[in-house]
Design a protein around this ligand. Structure first.
Ligand SMILES: NC(=O)c1ccc[n+]([C@@H]2O[C@H](COP(=O)([O-])OP(=O)(O)OC[C@H]3O[C@@H](n4cnc5c(N)ncnc54)[C@H](OP(=O)(O)O)[C@@H]3O)[C@@H](O)[C@H]2O)c1
Length: 239
């Protein structure tokens, strides 16, 4: 049985990596899924391939750091589906540099995408999520949202902020029957990590599908239960 049949979902940063795996998992569970990234062609191709295999995917482009684009995105979702049950704030960037080499541009791109992007998408989507009880917001954060790592000042600052925001939202949205889940993965095999060129010992890194499975797990809890924070690490320890 497909467990998300009848639900409408939106995934930011769905063009590759973790967001792409999450979108695929939601479609496999029967959700009507909006795939969002800045590169429309990338999400359009994915949606076309998955729809050919029987999915219900739609591609939309938006830069999550831009208020107007985010508001337009949610207006399109409203027009096309009239509802939204699941918002996955996943779009993210990662700067890996010593603090003294971190430029203002690096700093702003991490804060704007990882923190302000989550703020803008959530704020714009809330009126739709509130329409029916049972809405769910999932924020893909990182273990760097609660632990300090060298060379990750801008990233950690943005992810600590995103975890704080997620915790406040969980409290504020409880009366509306909206659940908020923060997922904190350790290293995952995606372009974000691959571009660092690290040698990854076997078994010391997660796959995007591991995060996607965790998202589905959180979404399919009975309505009375809320998985609020999930730390997901490679079982054999990180790279
Ligand atoms: N990989 C890891 O080890 C790891 C671990 C823990 C947490 N995370 C978190 O997981 C999330 C996904 O990371 P990933 O590893 O899958 O990274 P990735 O492979 O680099 O993918 C990032 C995604 O975000 C999108 N994106 C970036 N900036 C955007 C913007 N301004 N507006 C809209 N979309 C934007 C990109 O699409 P376009 O370029 O097409 O816009 C892409 O789809 C991030 O929040 C990351 O911090 C990753």
């Amino acid at each position: 049985m497909r467990r998300l049949e009848g639900k409408v979902a939106l995934v930011t940063g769905a063009s590759r990596g973790i967001g792409c795996a999450i979108a695929r998992a939601l479609l496999d569970e029967g959700a009507h899924t909006f795939l969002v990234s800045r590169r429309r062609e990338a999400v359009r191709k994915l949606a076309a391939a998955w729809n050919a295999a029987g999915g219900r995917a739609e591609a939309l482009s938006a830069d999550v750091t831009r208020e107007r684009e985010v508001n337009r995105l949610i207006a399109r979702v409203k027009k096309r589906s009239g509802r939204l049950d699941i918002l996955i704030n996943n779009a993210g960037v990662f700067t890996y540099k010593p603090f003294e080499k971190t430029t203002l541009e690096d700093w702003r791109s991490n804060i704007d995408t990882n923190l302000t992007g989550t703020f803008l998408c959530t704020r714009a989507a809330l009126p739709l999520l509130k329409r029916k009880r049972g809405g769910h917001i999932l924020n893909i954060i990182s273990v760097a949202g609660r632990e300090a790592y060298e060379n990750c000042s801008a990233y950690c600052a943005s992810k600590f902020g995103a975890l704080g925001l997620s915790r406040v939202l969980a409290e504020e949205l409880r009366p509306f029957g909206i659940r908020v889940t923060a997922i904190l993965p350790g290293p995952v095999r995606t372009k974000m990590i691959q571009k660092l060129g690290l040698r990854v010992p076997k078994g010391r890194i997660l796959e995007p599908e591991d995060v996607a499975r965790t998202v589905v797990e959180a979404l399919t809890q009975p309505q009375r239960a809320s998985l609020e924070e999930i730390v997901l690490r490679p079982a054999r320890g990180s790279l």
